[in-house]
Design a protein around this ligand. Structure first.
Ligand code: FAD
Length: 293
């Protein structure tokens, strides 16, 4: 089923993300975690695409398993910047053959050693090119990424939103946000993108921070603003793993309740292959998401 149909059916949706293994040796662990998360019956599950595409076969295998064996709708990610046109065409054909209906079209991060290259000869420079290709090659429900705190490479938010509009006009049926820890940043951003004429559903991406180590990684990955309230929680509980986990889950839950209460109907949790974290959040929200139509 297309995610847009799922969003239309839910008053509040909660979904989870998993990432593929890097090697065959840990495939079984990821599969087990995926199946445990799927047992929570989320609205859908997304499967990320390894940078550079090295783990692409796993993305497809896991996304197909979620849909066919677990009976949960899946969203397969696909990146393009380090790929040739032939490879992307092959991936799209593989997705189609496997019955994947929902694809997240991403540019991917530019590898460190290619940042200063002349990009004019690259097969793909921006996600919009992949969106157009997906749109032309099948009946996919296509998603795109968006950045409430501005993409790190953008000169300013106005420019970032102008390119986002181009991406949506090319065929994105929904957008998922980069993680953020202050909901006001999203509310402000939504106001601006709606003003710019972007009307597709925006799925709020929430990352539960359950260890002090994760704070550094999240900051490096997203450059997100960390509110004082969140930082004092890390200062106080960061050295106590079980207390930090509980506090991080409570913070994420609180963020999600505030989002639902302010009209953001769809929340995607970056659950990082952790079924226990996904389950705790889901259970904290059970009476709320139980109210689905
Ligand atoms: P784009 O939409 O191409 O935007 C990148 C930058 O280029 C922005 O600054 C934008 O303003 C600018 N831009 C866009 N179009 C144009 C244009 N026509 N002309 C000039 N400038 C333009 N990475 C992975 O490797 N695998 C994943 O599975 C993955 N999943 C993600 C999921 C989400 C929800 C998010 C938010 C990010 C994800 N990423 C993933 C990271 C993502 O690949 C990086 O953030 C990447 O740097 C940008 O990808 P994009 O698709 O947003 O790019």
């Amino acid at each position: 089923m297309k995610l847009t149909e799922i969003f239309a059916k839910h008053t509040y949706s909660l979904s989870f993300e998993v990432f593929p293994p890097k090697t065959d040796s840990v495939y079984a662990d990821v599969q087990t975690a995926t199946e445990q998360i799927a047992r929570l019956r989320p609205a859908f599950m997304s499967v990320t695409y390894g940078a550079g595409g090295g783990t692409s076969k796993y993305t497809l295998r896991i996304a197909e398993g979620i849909k066919k064996s677990c009976g949960v709708e899946s969203l397969a990610h696909l990146t393009c910047v380090s790929s040739t046109k032939e490879t992307v065409k092959e991936r799209i054909a593989d997705f189609k053959a496997a019955g994947i209906e929902n694809v997240m079209a991403l540019r991917g991060d530019i590898p460190q050693d290619r940042i200063n290259e002349d990009r004019s000869a690259w097969a793909y420079r921006h996600a919009v090119e992949l969106v157009r290709e997906l749109k032309a090659s099948g009946d996919f429900c296509i998603g795109g990424a968006c950045y409430p705190e501005v993409h790190p490479e953008s000169n300013n938010q106005k420019e970032d939103i102008r390119y986002l509009k181009e991406k949506v006009d090319a065929g994105c049926a929904f957008l998922t946000t980069q993680m953020f820890f202050d909901n006001n940043l999203l509310y402000n951003y939504l106001y601006k993108i709606r003003e710019a004429g972007i009307t597709v559903p925006v799925i709020a991406g929430i990352m539960p921070i359950t260890s002090a180590k994760q704070v550094e990684r999240a900051l490096k990955l997203s450059g997100s603003f960390m509110p004082r309230r969140f930082l004092s929680l890390v200062d106080t509980f960061g050295n106590d793993p079980s207390a930090m986990k509980q506090a991080g889950i409570a913070y994420a839950t609180d963020q999600i309740i505030d989002l639902y209460a302010n009209g953001i109907a769809n929340v995607h949790v970056y659950s990082m292959n952790k079924p226990d974290v996904a389950e705790s959040i889901q259970s904290n929200l059970s009476a709320i998401i139980g109210k689905n139509a």
